[in-house]
Design a protein. Sequence first.
Length: 458
Amino acid sequence: MFISSQRDWLRMRLYIIMLALLLLNVVFIHAENWRCPFYNQPPVVSITNITISQDGYTVTFTLHAYDPEGDPIVAWFFDYGDNTVENKTGSPPSKLSHKYSNLGYYTVLFKAEDSYGAWSSPYVYTVNVFPNSAPPYAVIDYVGPNPAVLGSSIIFSGHGVDPLGKKIVSWVWDFGDGSKDQGTGFLANSTHKYSKEGVYVARLTFKNENNLWSTAAVVTIKVYVPGTETNVPPKIEGVSVKPSNPLVGQNITFSVSATDPDDDIIAAEWSMGDGTYLSGFSVRHSYVQAGEYVVTVRVRDSRGAISSYSTKVQVSGNRPPNATILEINVNGMSVELRGMGSDPDGQVVAFSVDWGDETADNGSLKGNGVPVKINHVYKEGGSYIIRFKVRDDLGSWSSDEMKQIKIESGRGIQPSYSVAAIIAAAGIGTILLKIVLNRRGIRRIKLSNRKRHKKKLG
């Protein structure tokens, strides 16, 4: 293109500047919404409150998750510590409720992901799944003589136990013939005479300081006229405990085998040795602490005769599992970890990897000695310490298995941003190149015109 005057050159230069500004505005019009992934802050999560149901099995977690930069939360993960996990998209709910099968201690884990793919640091909390409000138990210690001669004085003795250590404030004996006796404290001692022969059902209840009443412990009393047949109490043949070497938090099945000459056994009552009382010929129970417990079962027939049997149960503490990192392969910014776990008294069921860059991954394992592969991409070069651990089927975590790796930097901006960067750089470069070339062209034109003018003058 031929430029004939300096005015045309100034006009052309103005057009070029306006075009450059327009191009920059198009490329960076939404620049305020861009964020380099290297500087994205991960979300922050926490468990702000925990509510335990009266029976202790249902736990409600109050959750809080936010992003410091206002990015939306797009996914969340919650591990209840009993082989149950929730891995969902969207923002986490404000509350989560979960019912545990067994009482005991559980380690829960909560984390969330923002729209830029950054996961929060996991929030870990150990919850004690145990009743926070429970009624007391009534235990009948002795009723006798039973059977009793009509008109004789019968001793009724029992005590109350509160599983949470609350104070027992009162008791009531209902003798089953329309008369009652009551008193204060946790010991219920009384006497009573029946005015008619027959079979009576007496009931003992206790109340604690929270005004919670126990279920009634019952006993059947036979009152007879001298010369009639007396009742023979049941015979307990034995108690089975399965498994025989239980662990803390493990469900144990207790079963009693008993016979009665009159074939009229009606009830079996258990004292588990830790303040817990159960009823039934076969019961299940788990202990929250290691130690030796004396378990006593009392079998009663329909006429009130009672036999008891005691056995000792040794509950061992759960031994933690072992975590092993088999290998770590580094390829640029990407890392692949192969690890596994083993448990000396159970199975490994879950793993957790802390990559050392404020991110972590969690997942399930298929058992002892079964390897798992976990992949991760670092956003920056540097030296990182990777921590790998596993959890067993009773909720115990292993100690961390640690390895240090070095990531070589050099990838620069991620591909999703490189297109815009290239467009901007190419546009600006093209404009500058045109400016330079046009200025050189103008100079050549001016020099050529001067030479022609000199020739004409010569």
